[in-house]
Design a protein around this ligand. Structure first.
Ligand code: COA
Length: 379
């Protein structure tokens, strides 16, 4: 803990809570209709230009909605993504003394979380930037966000794919439990449009861009209406079924540039089949450890990758088919926003819960990885 103010060190408890969350939503939206029209134009042009090759097949709005539940997604660069000649996000490169794009949206979400908690930057001791992709290896995005907000203390990046935010929350909670920090910002700027292969029919509809922030603090200084963190549990099991080989050891050459394995690839069916039981088991074991009856959970804020996966997981946990009130969906309008998905659901659908209500934030994805955070509303 660095230079803690006397007013804020008094009464520390070592018990972590979520004081507030923040959300930045990009203004631009791509509907399935727009996405499929652009993709199918690309297909027509490709097939016309490669008469000797196996023809590419059209995508379809109907398939996307049925297979995933996604109807639209927010993005940071709509025009270039929908341009059949580009099909990737593009914006002018920024100079080193300008705020990077990931830091910019992370700061917007973090500022909202601070405002909602009535907290000043100098009250925060640490910033974790927890996301699936970092736009550069160093200096850390987290340190840039820390600097932009005027926070002292320390910051670092961490990446656990779609589980980054819940792994970040446990890390922050552990700092509070150990007394190493009073107040920690977990920021998840997810510009997933950058790792998505917009030319791949199997996955071009999956992802969207967003940024979330979670302020994890010691209960002794939390504002009214916070969420006690009852327990956190993480799990990882290696799998090649979701993979992205992009990295500093395979700099693009004319031969490797654009090869699909340097973007997001997955065996969607296997992921569906293998991750659902892994996550349900993690949740049920953790609920038992904490002495929480799963059927008593007031709400599940699940990772937002696929509506069918969430239906199955909620069913296994609650013992009945969950309705929108018990397991809210943001996937339909945000798409899969990687680690931010469960935090968006929590941010948008938690104000109506009352003191004593218990819920679960849960994420899962590549690694495989899964993280659970059981929370209880405090008045
Ligand atoms: N438009 C039209 N048809 C398509 C299509 C598209 N965009 N993409 C695939 N299809 C076709 C396939 O060719 C296949 O046709 P076939 O039956 O004639 O072979 C059929 O639709 C089914 O394809 P499949 O890939 O098996 O679909 P699916 O039902 O498994 O749904 C996912 C695909 C990706 C939505 C689903 O598997 C999923 O969400 N899995 C979990 C993913 C996940 O959570 N990942 C984590 C990422 S962080």
């Amino acid at each position: 803990m660095q230079d803690a103010q006397p007013s804020l060190t008094a009464g520390l408890t070592g018990r972590p809570v979520i004081s507030a969350t923040g959300l930045f939503t990009p203004a631009e939206i791509i509907t399935n209709e727009e996405l499929v029209a652009s993709f199918n134009t690309f297909v027509d042009r490709y097939n016309a230009a490669h008469p000797e090759a196996e023809p590419l097949a059209y995508s379809s709005v109907k398939f996307i909605e049925k297979a995933s539940g996604i109807k639209a997604r927010h993005v940071m660069s709509k025009t270039s993504i929908l341009d059949p000649e580009i099909m990737a996000p593009r914006w002018p490169e920024r100079a080193n003394d300008e705020l990077s794009i990931m830091a910019e949206i992370g700061v917007a979400a973090a500022q909202q979380a601070l405002d909602r908690a009535g907290r000043r930057p100098q009250d925060v001791d640490a910033v974790l930037c927890a996301a699936s992709n970092m736009q550069r290896p160093y200096p850390a995005m987290a340190i840039e966000i820390q600097q932009a907000l005027g926070i002292e203390g320390f910051a670092f990046d961490m990446n656990v794919a779609c589980s980054s935010a819940t792994f970040g929350i446990q890390t922050a909670a552990d700092y509070i439990r150990a007394g190493n920090a009073r107040s920690v910002l977990v920021v998840s700027p997810e510009i997933t449009s950058g790792h998505l292969n917009w030319r791949d029919r199997d996955s071009h509809f999956i992802f969207g861009d967003v940024a979330t922030a979670v302020l994890v603090e010691d209960a002794g200084l939390a504002p009214a209406g916070h969420w006690e963190i009852l327990g956190t549990r993480l799990k990882t099991v290696f799998s090649n079924n979701i993979r992205n080989n992009f990295g500093f050891l395979n700099r693009a050459t004319p031969e490797t540039q654009g090869t699909p394995d340097k973007l997001f690839v997955q065996e969607g069916r296997k992921v569906f089949k293998e991750v659902v039981p892994m996550v349900a088991q993690l949740i049920l074991e953790e609920a038992a450890r904490l002495g929480i009856a799963p059927e008593s959970l007031r709400r599940l804020w699940l990772h937002q990758a696929n509506a069918g996966m969430n239906r199955l997981i909620a069913q296994k946990v609650l013992g009945h088919e969950a309705n929108e009130d018990e397991s809210p969906t943001v996937l339909d309008t945000y798409g899969n926003t990687s680690s931010a998905g469960s935090i968006i659901a929590f941010h948008l659908h938690s104000d109506d819960l009352v003191a004593g209500d218990t819920g679960l934030i849960c994420s899962f994805g590549a690694g495989y990885s899964a993280g659970s955070v059981f929370v209880r509303k405090v008045g």
